[in-house]
Design a protein around this ligand. Sequence first.
Ligand code: AP5
Ligand code: MG
Length: 190
Amino acid sequence: MLNLVLFGPPGAGKGTQSQKLIEKYGLIHLSTGDILRGEISQGTELGLEAKKLMDDGKLVPDAVVIGMISHKLDANKDAKGFIFDGFPRTVAQAEALDTLLESKNAPISGMIALEVNDDELEQRLLLRGKDSGRPDDANPEVIRKRIKEYNDKTAPVAGFYQGQNKYKSINGIGSVNEIFDAINAIISSY
Ligand code: AP5
Ligand code: MG
């Protein structure tokens, strides 16, 4: 099984590269951000709770996203593998994911981190915010708060996978295809 954690700050290109990876490798794409936005658009109770935090650029509680991922893993028992996009975002989430995958005997193959500087992130997200309809893209202050949440709570997750010798980082600036090639080079080394 190929189980990939695609890592990086808001706007780094995780979703963009995931689309290409699912085509090439036939993996199941698990984006906690997309799942949460789905809950919001369906107007579920979980969605209503999450919306307040997301619109404010804050993380939703670990227990909520761990429960969502656990459910998706159970619902895709025959998958060739998974791309985790925007998850795990805290060390507690990373530990919980290891436990979930242990019971399936299908560990994380590796984490690939996309490195993009803050100015570029802000520009990309503001540009997308013009027509994405994502409230968290529309406001520079919220974008900066998302980046701060990333630096405070999510960046340490890289160390978690470094400790398992599973961490690789690449330059996330360049054409989408150049970045995809760099990701593929890492995948072929697994
Ligand atoms: P989430 O949906 O995960 O958003 P994010 O991490 O903030 O990042 P984005 O999805 O905005 O960026 P991306 O890296 O996918 O980049 P993309 O490919 O879209 O999370 C949203 C919220 O949900 C969080 O703030 C939190 O509240 C909550 N949440 C989600 N998961 C959670 C978790 N595990 N725990 C707790 N809370 C959670 O690209 C961005 C833009 O750049 C696009 O317009 C794209 O076209 C463009 N672009 C892509 N590649 C390039 C390139 N090479 N050159 C130029 N432009 C590019
Ligand atoms: Mg995304």
